[in-house]
Ligand binder design. Structure first.
Ligand SMILES: [Ca+2]
Ligand SMILES: [Ca+2]
Length: 295
């Protein structure tokens, strides 16, 4: 079901189940991802195409309870039957999570058929991440940074160091004494927002932490909002989620696929794991970059 082959002879897998079996499967992505699109390919014979199915995205998976959530996509293939479908989520409305669930609620458009046939299931992200960012890269990106020289319009805690918030957008990162300290815990959900002043299409985002790898930032999320309300905006889906704990690097540049660029006026950053050293409770940020074009 994940070998890249579908809609050819003998490409599908058979599961002898009825509609009421609620045939289900879950893929573990290994870490939280923002999902840009999903693919379902059934049998290559239209008379036995899959009838109806649902995709789910879970942060944690529990067989007994997870399927109570709302699905992220529901597809009814019975009226205008096709062999395969690709579902693409709107910018700023992409589901995020670690587990992707598929539930078949009508196994076949043929009424008397008791077999779910699946040739291929696809889960696609919406961005790529570069992790080999250097101090020179940060410097050369500075002129195109939409938040160049700006201060956050909202921050959940002010800087605790002598270097203040303006150091996060001055084009200097990964050098000695380039970072700003915020003494926060993971559970503080340290947050900040930059106001671009007008709507923009966001092509890339940069996050640069401390220049010492043993105190790199652990996990963070970027958001893009049309309007910003501190109480409610953070309930929306992040546009990017990065887990730096497994293959730790100093800085990351996230670039969205051409048709997956988020659009909005406010850029939010939330730090959910301040330091890869779990005994250390300080978020250290050297540079934040937002690249794209005003709409
Ligand atoms: Ca296949
Ligand atoms: Ca800086």
């Amino acid at each position: 079901m994940t070998n890249g082959v579908g809609l050819t002879t003998n490409a599908h897998v058979d599961f002898w189940v009825s509609d009421t079996s609620n045939f289900r499967m879950v893929y573990d992505l290994g870490q939280t991802e923002v999902i840009g699109s999903l693919l379902f390919a059934g049998y290559d014979q239209i008379q036995n195409a899959t009838g109806k199915y649902e995709f789910y995205v879970f942060n944690t998976f529990n067989d007994a309870s997870s399927w109570q959530n709302d699905p992220v996509a529901v597809y009814d293939n019975t009226a205008n039957t096709t062999l395969a479908q690709k579902i693409t989520f709107a910018p700023n409305q992409k589901p995020s999570g670690r587990y992707v669930g598929l539930k078949i609620t009508d196994v076949s458009v043929a009424g008397s058929d008791l077999c779910a046939r699946i040739a291929e299931v696809g889960v696609y992200g919406s961005y790529t991440v570069r992790t080999d960012i250097t101090s020179a890269d940060i410097s050369s990106l500075h002129n195109s940074n939409l938040i160049k020289g700006k201060l956050p319009s909202f921050i959940s805690r002010a800087s605790d160091s002598s270097r203040k918030e303006e150091y996060m957008t001055n084009g200097i990162g990964l050098d000695a004494n380039a970072h700003v300290d915020f003494w926060v815990n993971d559970t503080d959900n340290f947050r900040m927002v930059y106001d671009l002043g007008q709507m923009a299409s966001v092509e890339s985002l940069l996050f640069t932490g401390y220049n010492l790898i043993q105190h790199a930032t652990g996990k963070y999320e970027f958001y893009v909002f049309n309007t910003f309300n501190d109480a409610s905006s953070w309930q929306s889906e992040p546009v990017a989620v990065y887990d730096n704990t497994a293959n730790t690097t100093l800085a990351q540049k996230i670039t969205f696929a051409p048709n997956q660029k988020p659009v909005g006026r406010y850029i939010g950053l939330k730090i959910t794991d301040v330091d890869v050293d779990q005994n250390n409770q300080c978020a250290r940020i050297a540079e934040i970059g937002v690249y794209g074009s005003y709409s």
